[in-house]
Design a protein around this ligand. Structure first.
Ligand code: HEC
Length: 268
């Protein structure tokens, strides 16, 4: 019996070792690839370049560029706007974040249908362009410190709404944002969960998106980041650019005061 079993066990053991070695090789290969990629530069740069092209290109039914788009510091100014958004805009009468404001400009300047864009899935068509544009504009504030305005009553109301929303529990799992992001040093699997009820530090949380996600090779803006966290919370999908998403961004952005933006970041 022993002699019959031994070879079988050996073969099996050998197979298992081969399997483990293979898995290890694949992991090592993955890490090596990742490092290589980082050496070559953050792939987000490609989205930034695409965004710059889109910004300057005459497009849409009106065939004009976005170079006169007012993102809060006057027509055409992109430097420093990202670290002061969301903010109140007189023309729309709304507090807007970068992505929803870009859609406003695409609508008013270029003649696109903003509502149609807002309904488009992330990564598709004009929505992919919005993400690229957001990456381009946000990158122009790299290294600057967050300083969201809170002088307008609507901006303060947005902060308060965001704060309440952050702690509101709901859905099938009775989760709130605070369930995962309300304490320091929490983790899910291998991912650090920043405490977003206070300033999480330079380049963390609000100060890191748009980011390039290596795990799925996609560029994500804050709207998609939030959309995915709603999914993780088992909450209904939020509408692109809705007041709920902007309130949450205002809350996190104000909390991040004086943190440095590292956008475009590279993420897991
Ligand atoms: C069930 C847990 C869970 C809930 C609830 C949750 N998130 Fe997250 N969130 C995560 C995970 C996990 C990550 C990191 C994802 C990764 O690394 O790919 C994350 C990442 C983030 C980040 C980016 C952090 C960084 O430094 O890159 C922000 C901002 C964020 N969440 C905001 C929110 C907000 C706002 C809510 C409520 C609407 C929320 N999250 C609810 C799990 C959650």
């Amino acid at each position: 019996m022993k002699f019959q079993l031994a070879p079988a066990a050996l073969v099996l053991g050998g197979l298992m070792a081969a399997g483990a070695a293979q898995a290890q090789d694949a992991t090592a290969e993955g890490i090596a690839k990742y490092r290589e990629m980082l050496q070559d530069g953050n792939p987000a740069e490609l989205f930034e370049m695409k965004g710059e092209e889109l910004w300057k290109q005459k497009r849409g039914p009106k065939n004009v560029s976005l170079e006169k788009c007012d993102l809060g510091k006057g027509p055409g100014v992109i430097e420093g706007v990202f670290v002061e958004l969301p903010r109140f805009f007189k023309d729309t009468g709304r507090v807007q974040d970068l992505e929803s404001r870009l859609v406003t400009c695409m609508e008013t300047l270029q003649g696109f249908n903003g509502a149609e864009i807002a309904k488009t899935r992330f990564g598709r068509d004009e929505m992919a362009n919005v993400t690229a544009l957001a990456t381009y504009v946000a990158t122009a504030s790299k290294g600057m410190k967050f300083n969201l305005p809170q002088s307008h009553a609507a901006e303060r109301a947005m902060y308060e709404t965001g704060k309440r929303l952050f702690f509101t529990r709901g859905g099938t799992h009775d989760f709130s944002c605070a369930s995962c992001h309300g304490e320091s040093d929490k983790r899910i699997r291998l991912q650090d969960l920043p405490n977003l009820t206070k300033n999480p530090g330079d380049g963390i949380g609000f100060a890191a998106w748009p980011a390039y996600r290596v795990s799925n090779s996609q560029m994500w803006g804050m709207q998609l980041r939030l959309n995915d966290c709603f999914r993780q919370m088992r909450w209904p999908e939020p509408k692109f650019g809705s007041d709920a998403t902007i309130a949450l961004s205002t809350y996190m952005g104000v909390n991040a005061k004086s943190a440095e933006s590292i956008v475009p970041a590279i993420k897991r």
